[in-house]
Design a protein. Structure first.
Length: 290
């Protein structure tokens, strides 16, 4: 049975700035999609292609804390650098993914990579927040460096395009990301006229973002920057590209746990939020210079 479409978000409102380096539209939860409805995903910010211009100032977001979840930054165009209080540092370029597990508490900062910043150019990114199950919220913070070359690769027949599997599986091909609950995160690059089918469990909360282009999804049209939320009915997804398109497909098994959040802290109870704030104020998340 085809997976039913619950809604197509055609406009997620006006963009807003995250720091001075990310000009984003918010789809989760800003497009009327509650976090509980699309668990384990907590947030999806999309920075559509934008040229910030050359700068000697490293645009981005300064030092800030996270606890209880993971941040996943997907680079389509441009370069982002990252530092955190565990001593980890990385740079992601087009096709790379930065997967940071905040776990028990971390400080980090992310900004336009220096060489890219000085040159300027098109910048296009997605950031996801993925919730951690209660039993893993106190895991030691760590970082996965996922390069474009290391993704699970599927070349479509006849030069129709390619699929990069970041996490989970897609039609039998696995991605490199290690996750704490069942999650599929798939980057599809389809040429005009390409068609592809896949199957995702009806129990998974499933959505896709049309990063570029226009596609037909299970018989309905989704154009550039549309966000498609699937109902939890049916398994089959059919995508046809009406023009050259880039699609981010995400699905995950709901954690079915209470969500208590306060800014950069996501726990299960208000008491745990208060403890997270106390831990941060006591310096338990480590030290990182701005």
């Amino acid at each position: 049975m085809k997976k039913l479409i619950e809604k197509i978000v055609t406009n997620s409102g006006k963009p807003h700035m995250v720091g001075d380096g990310f000009r984003v539209f918010n789809y989760i939860p800003g497009a009327g999609i509650p976090q509980e409805r699309i668990s384990p995903f907590l947030l999806l910010d999309f920075n559509p292609e934008y040229d910030f211009g050359p700068s000697n100032h490293l645009r981005g977001v300064g030092v800030h804390p996270h606890k209880g979840f993971e941040t996943v930054t997907i680079a389509y165009k441009g370069s982002v650098a990252h530092h955190d209080s565990t001593g980890s540092h990385g740079i992601i370029n087009s096709g790379d993914v930065q997967w940071m597990t905040a776990g028990d508490g971390i400080l980090h900062k992310e900004y336009h990579e220096e060489a890219f910043s000085k040159k300027g150019g098109p910048f296009e990114m997605v950031q996801l927040w993925v919730n951690l199950p209660k039993k893993h919220k106190s895991v030691t913070p760590h970082y996965q460096e996922l390069t474009a070359a290391g993704m699970g690769k599927i070349e479509l027949p006849g030069g129709a395009g390619e699929v990069n599997v970041i996490a989970g599986t897609f039609n039998g091909t696995a991605g490199p990301a290690e996750t704490y609950s069942p999650v599929n995160l798939i980057d599809l690059k389809l040429n005009e006229g390409a068609e592809i089918n896949t199957s995702i469990s009806a129990g998974h909360n499933t959505a896709l973002l049309v990063v570029n282009g226009s596609v037909e999804v299970n018989g309905e049209i989704a154009t550039e920057h549309n966000f498609v939320l699937f109902a939890n009915e049916g398994e089959e997804i059919h995508i046809k590209a009406n023009q050259k398109s880039v699609i981010l497909l995400l699905s995950g098994e709901s954690l079915n746990e209470p969500i208590a959040s306060y800014g950069p802290f996501v726990m299960n109870t208000e008491e745990e939020i208060h403890q997270a704030i106390t831990d941060f104020n006591m310096g338990k998340f480590g030290v990182l210079e701005d």
